[in-house]
Design a binder for this molecule. Structure first.
Ligand code: FE
Ligand code: FE
Ligand code: ZN
Length: 277
């Protein structure tokens, strides 16, 4: 069974996302925990989240993925920006416990010229403040393309962060196929080699989710522009190898391609047909 979904909007509520996912053949989905640009999150409606939890159970959904607002910068040189990131993440994680045992991903951020070492230390600090022993949510660092001063575009950087996280059992990695390709990991020419490197440096057991995207820009471009599946520089064949790889095929896959809901449905259909189990 291929566990696949796409990015959906939370604006009509949680149960609505579950039904929308099911209607396009998905058995999971991703959503922004709040307006991707703003800070305000709607109050949790516990009936709605309980409704989604029951719906997911009934339809055998894979874990769903909450995405932190992409404007958060946990490693900004500005203490106010870091404080804001911490406040938002702590609040998101508290709210996410209404949907226990799911996944939450965030962008490690941009160090803004202060240097990688200092930036990574701030990310560690954030995680050590927001992670709680009692939480059931796994918090995932997303692999980045390395544009500007972005942190997290190499497996070594992610490993260096994870190594200093006290509650490391609550943390993992979300691999974005567009981002790692743009960062210089050749998943088209040598997927096995890339996964071996991930395993050697981080350990594949820390990989908990995959963002499945094609890329507008070539290998090592350090540019983050997603393309529809099969319409980018990665291509359909290489994406099909990703979902069928014995070391990946059990994971939940999330499309973040430039699509509306029906377009996601088409991609999910093609990928399900290409899945060999
Ligand atoms: Fe992301
Ligand atoms: Fe992504
Ligand atoms: Zn991206």
């Amino acid at each position: 069974m291929l566990n696949i979904g796409c990015h959906l909007s939370v604006s009509k509520g949680y149960l609505h996302m579950g039904k929308e996912a099911l209607s396009i053949g998905a058995n999971t989905f991703q959503f922004f925990t709040r307006n991707p640009r703003g800070s305000k999150a709607k109050a949790i409606d516990a009936r709605d989240t309980a409704g989604l939890a029951a719906f997911m159970e009934e339809h055998q959904f894979a874990p769903i993925l909450g995405h932190a607002p992409y404007t958060l910068n946990p490693c900004s040189p500005d203490p106010k920006v870091r404080e804001f990131a911490q406040m938002v993440m702590a609040d998101d994680l508290e709210r996410f416990e209404y949907l226990p045992h799911n996944l939450y991903t965030f962008h490690p951020g941009s160090h803004g010229g202060q240097g990688l070492i200092s930036g990574m230390a701030y990310i560690v600090e954030l995680l050590n403040k927001v992670l709680r022993p009692e939480q059931t949510t796994l918090v995932l660092l997303e692999t980045m393309s390395g544009k500007g001063t972005e942190v997290g575009s190499s497996f070594k950087e992610l490993k260096a962060i994870l190594d200093q996280v006290e509650l490391v059992d609550k943390a993992g990695v979300c691999l974005d196929t567009c981002h790692i390709y743009a960062a210089g990991y050749d998943i088209v020419g040598d997927l096995d080699g890339v996964l071996e490197e991930f395993d050697r440096i981080i350990g594949l057991e820390k990989l908990k989710a995959v963002h499945l995207n094609d890329s507008m820009h070539p290998l090592s471009s350090h540019k983050d522009r997603h393309a529809k599946i099969g319409e980018g520089t990665i291509g359909f064949e290489a994406i099909v190898k990703v979902i069928n790889h014995p070391k990946l095929k059990h994971l939940p896959f999330f499309l973040e391609t430039p699509n509306k809901v029906p377009g996601y449905g088409e991609e999910i259909k093609r990928l399900r047909e290409a899945f060999r189990g």
